[in-house]
Design a protein around this ligand. Structure first.
Ligand code: PMP
Length: 323
């Protein structure tokens, strides 16, 4: 779908997957005016296909658009575009077995050919999709997290709560620093001396306390408000945990893990659902939660997946049947 200033959204088309034609001066290639979403379609045992909370993605997409001076896309149009693509590609939504799904990537780019820093007057919204397998192919395993105190993902007043490509480009250097220390993910803390736990490169972070609190950093305006994060807070509460959104410092997290205040830690996002954290590493040392069986973590993970795959009652009304 194309948007042109003065005209609004027009020219919706469905095309076979293939290369895009872009003018070499397209603003997105130079000034990064771009946003995206990540969501999945799940097949249930009865063959039906469902989206998970698509209105949350549509609303977040518009918050990202507003931050990046991109036009608002009516929520109905966003959801309708996603639904139509999934219906057309329904045969590519894998069978329910083993956490397979159809990954969907809606995105918006400044397609106007214009070299200059101003909001683009022509913009393109696209949706692509691909079948994906389980995140963990050999059972759910704990990952090691690198805490970077050098690199920030996004600062206050920045673009941290927008899902824009530049955030991910900026996080790569820290991600690679983590790889060098044997970690698969990196955790950002506010790197301006404030020591505030934010999130990982592409996931939010949670801790489970010995007294059954489910703790996650509050939405400070610098982190992404993950849809999995929100779902976990609600499923966790249903399972008897107390959801707590508050400021957390890395020092508090590591001390809490060392003294057993926090027994489990995990990270979450659409791709992995929930990934248990086996340990945190930083330049100062290494910390491992006591609960390496990840009992609560697995229980919450199963709770969310059971709703997504239709194995449990959709008591929150999160599913949107599309095929
Ligand atoms: N934080 C960041 C930076 C992300 O890229 C993602 C993935 N979209 C998340 C958190 C988790 O968000 P969600 O649960 O909506 O996938």
């Amino acid at each position: 779908i194309t948007w042109t200033k003065g005209q609004g959204w027009h020219s919706a088309t469905v095309k076979p997957y293939g290369p895009l034609t872009l003018d070499p001066s397209a603003a997105v290639l130079h000034y990064g005016q771009e946003i995206f979403e990540g969501m999945k379609a799940y097949r249930h045992a009865d063959g039906s296909v469902h989206l998970f909370r698509p209105n949350m993605n549509a609303a977040r997409f518009n918050r990202s658009a507003a931050r990046m001076m991109l036009p608002n896309l009516p929520e109905e149009l966003f959801v309708e575009a996603v639904r139509q693509l999934v219906q057309i590609d329904a045969r590519y939504v894998p069978e329910a077995a083993g956490e397979h799904s159809l990954y969907i990537r809606p995105f918006m780019i400044a397609s106007e050919a214009f070299l200059g820093v101003r909001a683009a007057e022509e913009v393109t919204f696209l949706v692509i999709a691909s079948p994906v397998g389980p995140y963990f192919t050999e059972g759910v395993k704990g990952v090691d997290i690198w805490i970077t105190d050098e690199w920030a993902r996004a600062g206050e007043g920045g673009t941290g709560n927008a899902k824009c490509g530049g955030n991910y480009a900026a996080s790569l250097i820290a991600q690679y620093e983590g790889y060098e220390h044997g970690c698969t993910q990196v955790m950002f803390i506010e790197a301006t001396g404030k020591d505030r736990v934010e999130e990982l490169g592409g996931m939010n972070v949670f801790l489970v306390s010995a007294d059954n609190e489910l703790v996650t950093p509050a939405l400070s305006g610098t982190i992404l408000d993950g849809i999995t994060r929100d779902s976990i807070l609600k499923v966790g509460e249903q399972q008897g945990l107390t959801p707590v959104e508050r400021r957390l410092s890395a020092q508090e997290v590591l001390d809490g893990i060392a003294d057993g205040t926090f027994t489990e830690a995990f990270c979450c996002g659409t791709a992995a659902v929930i990934s248990p954290i086996a340990g945190f590493k930083s330049k100062k040392g290494e910390w491992r939660p006591q609960g390496q069986a990840f009992e609560r973590t697995i229980q919450i993970r199963d709770g969310v997946l059971d709703i997504q795959y239709g194995r449990a009652e959709d008591s929150f009304g999160w599913l949107d049947k599309v095929a």
